[in-house]
Design a protein around this ligand. Structure first.
Ligand code: CO
Length: 141
Protein backbone atom coordinates (compact mmCIF):
# COMPACT_ATOMS: atom_id res chain seq x y z
CA UNK A 1 0.00 0.00 0.00
CA UNK A 2 2.65 2.57 0.93
CA UNK A 3 5.00 3.80 -1.75
CA UNK A 4 7.94 6.16 -1.61
CA UNK A 5 8.97 8.26 1.36
CA UNK A 6 7.56 11.67 0.45
CA UNK A 7 9.30 13.50 3.29
CA UNK A 8 10.75 13.21 6.76
CA UNK A 9 9.63 15.95 9.15
CA UNK A 10 11.70 17.55 11.89
CA UNK A 11 10.12 19.85 14.47
CA UNK A 12 12.34 22.86 15.21
CA UNK A 13 12.07 25.53 17.91
CA UNK A 14 13.04 28.38 15.52
CA UNK A 15 12.29 27.89 11.82
CA UNK A 16 14.28 30.91 10.60
CA UNK A 17 17.36 29.77 12.51
CA UNK A 18 16.94 26.21 11.19
CA UNK A 19 16.63 27.48 7.59
CA UNK A 20 19.82 29.52 8.04
CA UNK A 21 21.72 26.50 9.39
CA UNK A 22 20.50 24.18 6.63
CA UNK A 23 21.31 26.77 3.97
CA UNK A 24 24.65 28.05 5.26
CA UNK A 25 26.12 25.00 7.00
CA UNK A 26 24.61 22.17 4.95
CA UNK A 27 24.34 24.03 1.63
CA UNK A 28 20.73 22.88 1.30
CA UNK A 29 18.21 24.13 -1.25
CA UNK A 30 15.07 25.14 0.62
CA UNK A 31 11.52 26.16 -0.35
CA UNK A 32 9.80 29.36 0.76
CA UNK A 33 8.07 29.36 4.16
CA UNK A 34 4.44 28.18 4.08
CA UNK A 35 1.88 28.84 6.83
CA UNK A 36 -0.59 25.96 7.27
CA UNK A 37 -3.08 27.27 9.85
CA UNK A 38 -5.33 24.23 9.50
CA UNK A 39 -2.44 22.05 10.67
CA UNK A 40 -1.04 24.59 13.18
CA UNK A 41 2.40 24.69 11.57
CA UNK A 42 4.78 26.80 9.50
CA UNK A 43 6.94 24.70 7.20
CA UNK A 44 9.73 24.70 4.65
CA UNK A 45 10.90 21.79 2.53
CA UNK A 46 14.55 20.92 2.03
CA UNK A 47 15.04 19.29 -1.36
CA UNK A 48 17.48 16.40 -1.07
CA UNK A 49 16.97 15.04 -4.59
CA UNK A 50 15.67 11.60 -3.60
CA UNK A 51 13.19 12.94 -1.03
CA UNK A 52 12.44 16.02 1.07
CA UNK A 53 12.96 17.05 4.67
CA UNK A 54 10.16 19.13 6.17
CA UNK A 55 11.22 21.57 8.90
CA UNK A 56 8.24 22.69 10.95
CA UNK A 57 7.58 25.07 13.82
CA UNK A 58 4.33 25.72 15.72
CA UNK A 59 1.81 28.19 14.33
CA UNK A 60 -0.86 29.39 16.75
CA UNK A 61 -1.58 28.51 20.36
CA UNK A 62 -3.18 25.12 19.71
CA UNK A 63 -0.42 23.79 17.47
CA UNK A 64 0.10 20.03 17.78
CA UNK A 65 3.85 20.75 17.55
CA UNK A 66 3.91 22.84 20.75
CA UNK A 67 3.57 19.83 23.08
CA UNK A 68 6.22 17.94 21.11
CA UNK A 69 8.67 20.83 21.52
CA UNK A 70 7.89 21.02 25.23
CA UNK A 71 9.06 17.41 25.53
CA UNK A 72 11.90 17.96 23.02
CA UNK A 73 13.05 21.56 23.44
CA UNK A 74 15.93 21.17 20.97
CA UNK A 75 13.54 19.82 18.32
CA UNK A 76 13.60 16.33 16.84
CA UNK A 77 12.21 13.94 14.31
CA UNK A 78 8.44 14.38 14.23
CA UNK A 79 6.94 12.23 11.46
CA UNK A 80 7.61 10.32 8.28
CA UNK A 81 5.34 10.69 5.26
CA UNK A 82 4.68 7.85 2.83
CA UNK A 83 2.93 8.18 -0.50
CA UNK A 84 -0.26 6.23 -1.22
CA UNK A 85 -2.28 6.07 -4.44
CA UNK A 86 -5.76 6.11 -2.85
CA UNK A 87 -6.00 7.68 0.59
CA UNK A 88 -9.63 6.74 1.25
CA UNK A 89 -8.95 3.08 0.45
CA UNK A 90 -5.87 3.26 2.70
CA UNK A 91 -7.91 4.70 5.58
CA UNK A 92 -10.53 1.94 5.24
CA UNK A 93 -7.88 -0.77 5.21
CA UNK A 94 -6.09 0.72 8.23
CA UNK A 95 -9.26 1.05 10.30
CA UNK A 96 -10.23 -2.53 9.42
CA UNK A 97 -6.83 -3.71 10.65
CA UNK A 98 -7.24 -1.83 13.93
CA UNK A 99 -5.02 1.22 13.36
CA UNK A 100 -6.12 4.61 14.63
CA UNK A 101 -6.39 7.54 12.23
CA UNK A 102 -5.91 10.86 14.02
CA UNK A 103 -8.50 13.64 14.02
CA UNK A 104 -11.90 12.93 12.47
CA UNK A 105 -10.40 10.32 10.14
CA UNK A 106 -11.08 12.45 7.07
CA UNK A 107 -8.19 13.54 4.85
CA UNK A 108 -7.13 17.19 5.05
CA UNK A 109 -5.23 19.12 2.42
CA UNK A 110 -1.51 19.15 3.29
CA UNK A 111 1.47 21.30 2.37
CA UNK A 112 1.58 20.04 -1.22
CA UNK A 113 -2.11 20.70 -1.90
CA UNK A 114 -2.83 16.96 -1.67
CA UNK A 115 -4.93 14.97 0.84
CA UNK A 116 -3.11 13.74 3.96
CA UNK A 117 -3.93 11.82 7.14
CA UNK A 118 -1.92 10.93 10.25
CA UNK A 119 -1.78 7.58 12.05
CA UNK A 120 -1.44 7.11 15.80
CA UNK A 121 2.24 6.69 16.77
CA UNK A 122 1.36 4.02 19.36
CA UNK A 123 0.14 1.80 16.51
CA UNK A 124 3.44 2.14 14.60
CA UNK A 125 6.33 1.62 17.00
CA UNK A 126 6.32 5.14 18.37
CA UNK A 127 6.46 6.82 14.96
CA UNK A 128 3.89 9.32 13.76
CA UNK A 129 3.07 8.37 10.16
CA UNK A 130 1.59 10.73 7.58
CA UNK A 131 0.06 9.34 4.39
CA UNK A 132 -0.20 11.60 1.35
CA UNK A 133 -2.22 10.74 -1.73
CA UNK A 134 -0.02 11.08 -4.78
CA UNK A 135 -1.63 9.88 -7.97
CA UNK A 136 0.79 7.84 -10.10
CA UNK A 137 0.07 10.25 -12.93
CA UNK A 138 0.33 13.32 -10.69
CA UNK A 139 2.37 16.03 -12.35
CA UNK A 140 3.12 19.20 -10.38
CA UNK A 141 1.84 22.32 -12.17
CO1 CO B 1 4.46 16.22 6.75
Amino acid sequence: MIGRVNHIAIAVPDLNAAVRRYREMLGASISDVQDLPEHGVRVVFVDTGNTKVELLEPLGKTSPIAAFLERNPDGGMHHICYEVADINASVRRLIESGARVLGDGKPKIGAHGLPVIFLHPKDFDGTLIELEEVKPDFAPA
